[in-house]
Design a protein around this ligand. Sequence first.
Ligand code: AMP
Length: 473
Amino acid sequence: MMLRVYNTLSQKKEIFRPRENKKVNLFVCGPTVYDFSHIGHARTYIAFDMIAKYLKEKGYKVFYLQNITDIDDKIIKRAKEKNITPKQLARKFEKEYYKDMKALGITSVSKYARATDYIQEIINQVKKLIEKGIAYRINDGIYYDITKFKDYGKLSRRTVLQAEDAVSRIDEAKEKRNKGDFCLWKFSKPGEPKWKSPWGWGRPGWHIEDTAITQKHFGYQYDIHGGARDLIFPHHEAEIAQMEAISGKKPMAKYWLHTGFLTVKGKKMSKSLGNFITIREFLKHNSPQILRMLVLKNHYRSPIDYSEKEINQAKKELQRIAELVGKLKDIASSKKKEKKDLGRLKKLIQKTKKDFEKKMDNDFNTPEALAVIFGFVNKINTLISKNKLKKEDAKKILDLFGWFDKILGIGLTKAHYRVRLSENIKLKDLVEKRERLRKERKWKEADKIRERIKKLGYIIEDTKEGPRLKKID
Ligand code: AMP
């Protein structure tokens, strides 16, 4: 099946054809490490984790590169406030970022590249831009003249004049030729981190680190560039301007993929608005699978408005799958000898997998892919309620869930809804007592115990394999 992806550059869905048949070089803008990451960041990184994992499942050899911005105005400012060096601050939050990513099951990144490890490559790119007459020097640094690159604005569909209002602090300078010109190399002020360059001591601008890193690992051109949509302008536009001017080759990245924002009451979750929840805080109260579910229930390009209601909905949906997985595990491990019966279900399993892939091939449409899974869950529940599912069938279904989970990472096969009785002595005693009473046909007393179990937060279900507890949400 052909994968189609929406390309911000063409503003169309295109058939995905990497530059070199099965090899995919993917670059996603990483964090600026001056604080803990919030769940808005997580939204973007979970989406690209799913994308990288799906590409791998389709047989592509994916090299997923992410930069770490470890030098920047915000880092310098925060370090000053904390009375530590910018390097100390950046290393601390880089570590915290990796911890968060690990906790969220984000395992697809092949390499994290720190900006400050690429100073020589950055200097080389600035040199090239000066040689070509595109970059110029003023009193506080080296700047890029956006009027010298005729394709400027092609990603964000802006003109040079429209570029004026969107410069970040490092790009501000009175002497600039054009308002939209951006900084490539900033001369350092006393006390600021600095590196030696042919133009004097200084530090890199914001956009140049990414092109220096990608040139080193991928060369001038590569397959996919990703990030959240706020980066389209000016960041990604500037990257194109730098790299394509240096190489004379286009496009720098063949496909540009941008995620929608995680919002709160319609506003982008961000540090500056103060409307954020750190990943750390979120995971104190919720499992990582819940956040992944919340993200993947939505298309990666759509905004997600964060609310308790949305979280509860994601929990409920996971619980539905977890209940089925509990039943499947019981059936799969039952000691009963029975005839194998795969024929009937084999077709359904194959069709479900195909339908899932069809949805994913349509620009990674995870909400529809999840709908395929839920449709399948319903069918299997019906079969179980009619006692029609055999041991081998259950095993195959669990394998399929394992495959879905390799891509989505929502804990489909790890899910248990059965409480291991040994984990909770009180519950265990109660369940056993109720069983004894039932055997003695003391129904009323048995029902009383059922009520006590309910008060402890569990519903008891009687199945062929014995009593089973289900947590009430
Ligand atoms: P930053 O550390 O702010 O440079 O952000 C790192 C990445 O997370 C970038 O790709 C941002 O665009 C993305 N990002 C930041 N806030 C959000 C949000 N609320 N929703 C989705 N992505 C975000």
